[in-house]
Design a protein around this ligand. Structure first.
Ligand SMILES: Nc1ncnc2c1ncn2[C@@H]1O[C@H](COP(=O)(O)OP(=O)(O)OP(=O)(O)O)[C@@H](O)[C@H]1O
Length: 256
């Protein structure tokens, strides 16, 4: 089994007297899609913010491929291969859909002025961007401004841009939130496609049980900032604590 691509060690953050993430030690491997679940306010998004660098921990450390990245800024973590989808804040609304993905490809390549001057390289970048749009089923709207797309397509575009960055670790926080039932499957298909690449580690915060069941290799449960369960979906879902705190089903209730 490969070593962890990401792990957190005693990760803790306090806001005033409130401990939002409490001593979370957890490791994630390539080829594994982990869904992080827990009730509202459990600390899921805060844990994500600690990993992607939007927040600094009060205590504890974060490692990417064994390297301590706790002190790195979000941009340096992105360069180190941690890719997080940010609910549309990464889109350039006035640029075309293709241009958005092209910029993501160039950002990955660290494109400087020299590459901009080389027509052949530019052609390759465009061809790669077009391939990403094809996979995301956005080829038909390649020339539209990003702002003109319906919400579901904008979310797909964001995932296509993330894929273009080729991170080692993908982080999705409720990727289908605010989407219609018609729009959600396309995003889930894209995530399932990412998951097929066994060199990638995928982390997903999700409330919807159908999404959890469809995608999870493993489930981690946070409650009051603490990691209270971690294991295979069937095992974790069967735990009383998970049924009580997550599904709202008490053991007594079920027996009655
Ligand atoms: N910047 C902040 N300042 C103060 N408290 C915060 C801050 N960020 C988060 N919290 C608190 O930390 C706790 C965890 O919040 P978080 O958003 O991580 O939970 P969550 O599990 O993602 O919940 P949800 O499912 O509702 O998104 C909450 O009590 C929240 O109010």
């Amino acid at each position: 089994m490969p070593g962890p691509s990401l792990h957190t060690e005693n990760l803790t953050i306090r806001f005033g007297g409130h401990t939002a993430v409490d001593n979370v030690t957890c490791a994630f491997r390539p080829g594994e899609l982990t869904v992080i679940v827990g009730p509202n306010g459990a600390g899921k998004t805060t844990w994500f913010n600690l990993v992607s660098g939007q927040l600094r921990p009060s205590e504890g450390r974060i490692f990417k491929d064994g390297q301590d990245i706790t002190g790195l800024a979000p941009s340096a973590r992105a360069k180190a291969g941690i890719g997080r989808a940010f609910q549309l804040t990464n889109l350039f609304p006035r640029l075309s859909v293709l241009e958005n993905v092209r910029l993501a490809v160039q950002a990955r390549q660290g494109a400087g002025p020299s590459i901009m001057r080389r027509a052949a390289a530019l052609h390759d970048v465009r061809a790669e961007a077009a391939r990403h749009l094809e996979s995301a089923r956005l080829a038909a709207v390649a020339d539209y401004p990003a702002a003109a797309l319906p919400h579901g397509d904008q979310r797909k575009l964001e995932v296509a841009m993330l894929v273009a960055m080729q991170p080692d670790i993908y982080m999705f926080d409720e990727p289908t939130a605010g989407m219609s039932v018609d729009e959600a499957p396309a995003i889930l298909d894209l995530i399932a496609e990412i998951k097929k690449d066994t060199s990638k580690t995928v982390l997903l915060v999700e409330h919807k049980m159908d999404v959890v069941r469809a995608l999870a290799d493993r489930i981690v449960v946070l409650h009051n900032g603490e990691l209270v369960a971690d294991g295979k979906p069937d095992e974790v879902m069967a735990l009383d604590i998970v049924r009580e705190i997550y599904l709202g089903v008490g053991a007594d209730e079920e027996a009655a």
